[in-house]
Design a binder for this molecule. Structure first.
Ligand SMILES: [Zn+2]
Length: 419
């Protein structure tokens, strides 16, 4: 995954891969899932796999035993290609997948480098591939700042998906609301106010310094029990650049890490809403170009592909709900190639029809599917080579539905008017 790849693209790609993996089912419990964290030594994993190979020799069913041992062999072969795990670790799925009933299994192997570090080592042999840890990574991954504050404690943290990182904790050192004996009430109030002021200032200054360093910070959420958080936000304690990023103020029962945890579980809707708003704006930008006939808005597979290849696309918009395959066929007899775009769901029927079809060139019934690829993936690849920005748009907004239904799910804004 390249560093320049937009977040919506990398999540889209991972989601697609996981959907594909989730659809695979083994004949028995013979599909292997292996998660290797970045700090694991490859030779240790190899040793573990040799043990699993030995254990597999106890499997009663001859076919299952053979399939599991063969899968372990394949995984070891793939693993050997790495001197050490990549930066975020490594995930390998391997197993015999039936095509068309018993006896038609074919060994399939998938090697994935996850977008976030893997925390635990695990090896599983099951009827399905274990994709749950990766599913969590496919969800929203933008970074958000969180400040949870009350009159005694505060915490500054960042949240990415379900992962939290506490950057700093503070305590105010401010005594409770009840003054010690002998102190005058007014003097006590004044001291308390002054201390609160200093505390807010301290949290505000550190928050700006810490969150200012976070790359691509999408927004800020403020939380805490009681009204202190509002005093903090309304007062002159937070830099205006952070204030502008405030997305929501959320009531929590706790401060500290538990408070941040509460924010994570309660802010999913807020965060999702931010992304939808972004998507609306992106599609509206395209609709503006179309509506004003500026010549900068283009749509449809043929048109967009042409402009992509010409290198004039500034922004490519693709609908998440596009499930179109680009199928390449070839003739066994004369070698002539052809291609077609078909809905994913029609692939089986397409293959059946192909058996009865004849070659355009030599007329013999010898056509077969040589390769299939995801159309959206293909367009994204071209866009990235041409340095065009890419955004994958959900169908959760009216604009997203319009992109899919009225514009064929593929649209682009050009850098300049081109013919
Ligand atoms: Zn032919």
């Amino acid at each position: 995954m390249s560093a320049s790849e937009s977040d919506s693209v990398s999540r889209f790609r991972l989601k697609r891969t996981l959907e594909m993996l989730a659809s695979k089912e083994g004949r028995g419990t013979e599909l292997i899932s292996l998660y290797v964290p970045p700090e694991r030594r490859i030779h240790e994993v190899m040793a573990n796999l040799r043990e699993e190979y030995g254990t597999a020799s106890n499997i009663k069913s001859r076919t299952t035993r053979k399939n599991v041992q063969e899968a372990i062999d394949r995984v070891s072969q793939r693993l050997k290609l790495f001197k050490e795990p990549p930066k975020n670790g490594l995930v390998i799925f391997c197993g015999a997948i039936p095509r068309n009933g018993a006896g038609t299994e074919k060994m399939e192997t998938y090697v994935l480098e996850p977008p976030e570090p893997i925390n635990v080592y695990f090896y599983r042999c099951d009827a399905k591939f274990h994709i749950e840890p990766l599913l969590a990574m496919a969800r929203e991954r933008d970074a958000y700042g969180v400040i949870v504050i009350d009159s005694s404690d505060a915490v500054v943290a960042t949240v990415r998906g379900q992962r939290m990182e506490v950057l700093q904790q503070f305590s105010s050192g401010i005594p409770g609301k009840h003054r010690a004996g002998g102190q005058s009430a007014r003097r006590f109030e004044r001291i308390r106010e002054q201390a609160m002021n200093d505390y807010f200032r301290r949290v505000g200054a550190h928050a700006f310094e810490l969150l200012g360093k976070v790359q691509g910070l999408k927004g800020l959420i403020i939380g805490g029990p009681g009204p202190t958080k509002f005093d903090f936000v309304d007062g002159d304690y937070l830099n205006y650049m952070l204030k502008e990023k405030i997305l929501a103020t959320i009531d929590t029962s706790y401060v500290g890490e538990r408070g941040v945890d509460e924010i994570i579980s309660r802010s999913q809707d807020v965060l999702q809403g931010v992304r939808y708003l972004e998507e609306k704006k992106l599609v509206q930008k395209f609709l503006y170009e179309i509506g004003h006939e500026t010549g900068l808005g283009v749509y449809g597979e043929t048109e967009v592909r042409r402009y992509l290849n010409a290198g004039v696309v500034d922004l490519l918009l693709v609908s998440e709900k596009m499930n179109i395959l680009h199928v390449y066929t070839r003739c066994k007899n004369c070698g002539a190639g052809d291609d077609a775009l078909i809905p994913q769901a029609n692939l089986v029927k397409f293959e059946q029809d192909l058996l009865a079809a004849t070659c355009k060139k030599c007329n013999s019934a010898a056509l077969y599917v040589e390769e299939t690829g995801d159309l959206v993936d293909e367009l994204i690849d071209i866009a990235e080579k041409q340095n065009a920005e890419v955004e994958v748009i959900s169908t959760e907004t009216d604009e997203g539905i319009m992109l899919k239904d009225s514009f064929g799910g593929i649209a682009a804004i050009l850098r300049y008017k081109a013919s």
